[in-house]
Structures are given as structure tokens and as C-alpha cells.
Ligand binder design. Structure first.
Ligand SMILES: CC(C)(COP(=O)(O)OP(=O)(O)OC[C@H]1O[C@@H](n2cnc3c(N)ncnc32)[C@H](O)[C@@H]1OP(=O)(O)O)[C@@H](O)C(=O)NCCC(=O)NCCS
Length: 154
């Protein structure tokens, strides 16, 4: 089950998994604060009441929807969950195009599920960053802000 969560009232176990998809895990609580802004939507994926993955979307620009965060609990990786979460969110919000910034660790994941690199950068610390896009994933129904916040599809 995917459930939208309130950044000010995070469920148990959320921050631990969220920390695994950011450069400085110690900054996780501060970064989660971004999701108090309009258009920033945070999700937790539950299996038998336990959080097994988290995801965050930025939907404030009608033309550029971004998957800002995605992390699957270590023991649950490589079982198709990451792909499934993207597919569910894409369908629920009718995201015909979706963008993501990532690094060498996860770029292969996004490429394997249909994203392609559209921009590359190297940070001041020498870390490669990639911007990827997946176009035409769903019908172009435009920006949809009226979806249920609980999706029982996982
Ligand atoms: C990246 C991540 C979200 C992928 O989730 P996952 O549930 O393990 O991925 P899936 O099982 O859905 O994999 C889907 C496909 O991508 C491939 N894949 C998964 N991780 C990969 C990686 N790091 N590199 C290359 N390919 C990868 C899988 O082999 C699978 O391919 P297949 O369909 O041909 O078998 C997960 O590994 C994770 O949480 N990593 C740590 C946090 C992170 O890096 N997040 C992304 C930051 S933007």
C-alpha cells in the first residue's frame, strides 16, 4: 500500500529509509522539511504496517514533474519495488513526463526502466550527477491534483 504522508508527522521508520537516498544522511530531517511546500508530495510504502520504501514528488511546475526522492529498504531491493512505485505514482498523478536527478549508483536503475539521460554535471566535489527523463509514460491528461492519497496497488 502506498500512503501519502505529512512531512510534519512522519511515521516510524520513515527517516531511516529516506536517509539512504540523500547525500548527507544527517540532513534528512531538514530535507524532509521541503515537503511542507505546496506541490511537494511525500509517500511511504507499507508492507504489513512496516515501511519498506519512501518516495517524494515535486509537482509544483505543470511542465516538469520531478521524482525528488526514492529509496527502498535494503532487504527489499532488486525485487521490482522501485519500478512499481514509479509506475503507481505515474498512473495516479497522470504524469506523462517525469524527471529525476541521480548519481552513478542509481543511474542504471532509471535507465533500465525507460528513463534516458538528458543532462550530465560534475559537482565541485567531483561527483557525477545525471538528469534523466521518461517521456510519454501515460496519457497526457495534464496535471492532476485530485487523487486519493491512499493507493492499494502494491
Ligand atoms: C535505486 C533503488 C530505488 C531501486 O529500487 P529497487 O526496488 O531495488 O529496483 P527494482 O527491483 O525495481 O529494479 C528495476 C530494474 O532496475 C535494475 N536495477 C535496480 N537497481 C539498479 C542499479 N543500482 N543499477 C542498475 N540497475 C539497477 C534491476 O535489476 C531491475 O532490472 P530488471 O527489470 O531488468 O530486472 C534502490 O536500489 C535504492 O533504494 N537505492 C538506494 C537509494 C537510491 O540510490 N535512490 C535513488 C536516488 S534518486
Amino acid at each position: 500500500m502506498i500512503r501519502e504522508v505529512d512531512a510534519r508527522k512522519l511515521p516510524d521508520g520513515f527517516i531511516e529509509i529516506f536517509s539512504s537516498c540523500i547525500g548527507r544522511p544527517g540532513d534528512a530531517s531538514e530535507i524532509v522539511g521541503l515537503y511542507e511546500e505546496p506541490g511537494w508530495r511525500l509517500f511511504a510504502i507499507f508492507e504489513e504496517r512496516e515501511i519498506v520504501a519512501v518516495a517524494g514528488l515535486k509537482l509544483d511546475s505543470p511542465s516538469e514533474h520531478e521524482l525528488v526522492h526514492l529509496a527502498v529498504k535494503k532487504e527489499r531491493r532488486s525485487k521490482g519495488l522501485g519500478k512499481k512505485i514509479i509506475d503507481i505514482l505515474t498512473g495516479a498523478f497522470r504524469l506523462s513526463d517525469l524527471f529525476v536527478w541521480t548519481d552513478d549508483e542509481a543511474v542504471g536503475f532509471y535507465k533500465s526502466i525507460g528513463f534516458r539521460i538528458i543532462q550530465e554535471e560534475t559537482t565541485l566535489h567531483g561527483i557525477k550527477r545525471y538528469k534523466l527523463a521518461r517521456y510519454g509514460m501515460y496519457f497526457s491528461g495534464g496535471y492532476c491534483n485530485h487523487v486519493d492519497t491512499i493507493f492499494d496497488e502494491t
